[in-house]
Design a protein around this ligand. Structure first.
Ligand code: NDP
Length: 486
């Protein structure tokens, strides 16, 4: 581990101000250089308790505000964050590794999501049934849950936070968030900016530290009413088991192994571009990334050639370097895991057509870089067909027809994103109906929209983020029956 000048910070943000944690130091590394550049103390169980209690006190005021008022306050605060993107973008690049361009896209999206729910705050409606029985009517009340714990990974620290924060706050909850221990800095500044922009103290608090200690303390705190988690399936399952003890609410956005089906009648150029963007964006570290391609045999050579050419053309470099299109992986461990998955897959067969190792450039030797990699025709039971590959490596298989493609797409424990490319409406409809996944893009890049619910089937998770639906996961309903006797 090489080190340079190290920034120190107190670690927490509680009740509208910085809060000094009392636990062991956590270090933040620049993935492009391998250098540690920040340290912060982690939150102990006691520190988590302080943050949750602050959120509990704030809940008493926040939950009774008019929903329109909550929207106004969050909207002004989000505007303030937007005014500071130039400061946040390089910070996100430095701790996460992504390019400056991708950091700006991420942060802009994080603000957009806050604004989306600010807009929805003006459109909330209730349910009323007039004649349950003669003279008897029913209404459905919605109430916020209380203090929500948000646990967020390192791949998109701010958008994955906004996806939870925005519906939670608009629904009237308060939040204690724990970012990944490797990406705490942008989140801390994000919280500070929201408070400067007018979000009341205690409504949004941050604790930082490892998942095993700080994360567990948050999940098991008796005043937490819900955990909204994004991360690995293994940790999601642990959280669900812990939550079961107190029947605490959870939403789990977990791993994915998104299939893309390319039919023989597709616009092959557009499909190859979407596969390349869908796999290599954010250095392949996205839950909804395209992680398996199934292409009709008759057009497979052309598609493999096109995706391979795109992979070879991608400019890999430090996130802050001019013209870099793909940065490093987030950690050395993440890079080594992807390298192992590629090696284990190739050991069973298939042809490496691009990448397959680290870049040769000595300027990049200390960072966690790995070349955009394409493997054609690996075995169907290869590790890359079965496991989630969280990095820039894409396997491509040939299939005889749509039936085989869908069967193979569904032969996975995951069910998050999926994509189909065809000009035939019947094929598109069949794929959308039969693929087991929470999202199917038809002839469209893998982009998530705030307007539509997003969430996984099978081992990819439970519950929805985005859309009007997300608000449902931050409220409890109560049915009220009103009789006619005074
Ligand atoms: P994790 O699931 O371990 O981490 C995600 C978040 O959960 C982090 O904030 C982490 O803290 C926290 N956490 C970890 N353990 C616990 C726990 N026991 N209780 C509460 N919180 C906990 O993912 P990793 O970052 O370790 O990534 C491992 C793999 O998971 C990746 O290779 C990828 O396959 C998958 N993954 C998938 C993501 C997706 O969006 N689908 C996102 C991230 C990872 P800490 O920072 O200390 O680890």
């Amino acid at each position: 581990m090489s080190t340079g000048t190290i920034i120190s910070c107190p670690g927490g943000f509680v009740d509208g101000a910085e809060y000094a944690h009392s636990g062991a130091a956590v270090y933040v590394t620049n993935p492009a250089t391998g250098q540690v550049f920040a340290e912060l103390p982690s939150a102990t169980e006691g520190d988590v308790d302080v943050a949750v209690r602050a959120a509990g006190r704030a809940f008493d005021q926040w939950s009774v505000l008019a929903v329109r008022k909550r929207g106004e306050l969050l909207g002004r605060a989000a505007d303030h964050v937007e005014g500071h993107l130039d400061e946040l973008v390089p910070l996100l690049t430095r701790e996460q590794g992504k390019t400056l361009r991708d950091a700006r896209i991420e942060l802009t999206k994080a603000v957009d999501t806050l604004m989306h729910y600010v807009g929805l705050s003006k459109a909330l409606r209730g349910a009323h049934t007039p004649n349950l029985d003669p003279g008897i009517e029913g209404i459905v009340l919605r109430r916020p849950l209380g203090v929500v714990g948000a646990i967020v990974p390192w791949n998109f620290p701010t958008t994955l936070l906004s996806n939870k924060l925005a519906p939670a706050l608009i629904a009237g909850n308060t939040v204690v968030a724990k970012p990944a221990s490797t990406t705490p800095l942008t989140t801390l500044r994000f919280a500070e900016l929201l408070t400067e922009g007018g979000l009341p103290p205690g409504v949004f608090n941050i604790v930082t530290g490892s998942g095993s200690s700080t994360g567990t303390a948050l999940v098991t705190h008796p005043e937490i009413r819900k955990i909204a988690f994004t991360g690995s399936t293994a940790v999601g399952e642990q959280i669900m088991a812990l939550a079961a003890r107190g029947t605490m609410r959870v939403t789990l956005e977990l791993g994915g192994s998104g299939p893309m089906i390319i039919c023989d009648d597709a616009d092959l150029g557009a499909a190859a571009s979407a596969a390349s963007m869908g796999r290599f964006y954010n250095c392949g570290q996205a839950c909804l990334a395209i992680k398996r391609v199934y292409v009709f045999d008759s057009v497979a050579d052309e598609v493999i050639d096109q995706i391979t050419a795109k992979a070879k053309r991608l400019r890999v470099g430090r996130g802050d370097a001019e013209g870099a299109q793909m940065g490093p992986l987030h950690t050395a461990a993440q890079r080594d895991e992807v390298a192992r998955q590629v090696e284990r897959t190739l050991a069973g067969g298939g042809t490496l057509t691009a990448g397959g190792g680290r870049p040769q450039d000595p300027e990049l030797s200390d960072g966690f870089f790995y070349l955009p990699t394409v493997i054609a025709d690996p075995p169907h039971d290869a590790p890359m067909a079965i496991e989630e590959v969280f990095g820039p490596a894409l396997p491509i298989w040939r299939v005889a027809d749509l039936h085989e493609a869908i069967e193979r797409a569904n032969a996975s424990q995951f069910g998050l994103g999926s994509s189909v490319w065809t000009r035939d409406l019947r094929r598109a409809r069949e794929a959308a109906q039969r693929i087991e996944a929470g999202y199917t893009w038809i002839n469209s890049p893998t982009k998530v929209y705030d307007e539509l619910p997003f969430g996984g089937w099978k081992s990819s998770g439970y519950g929805k983020e985005h859309g009007q639906e997300a608000l449902d996961y931050y409220t409890e309903t109560k049915s009220v029956v009103i009789g006619s006797t005074p």
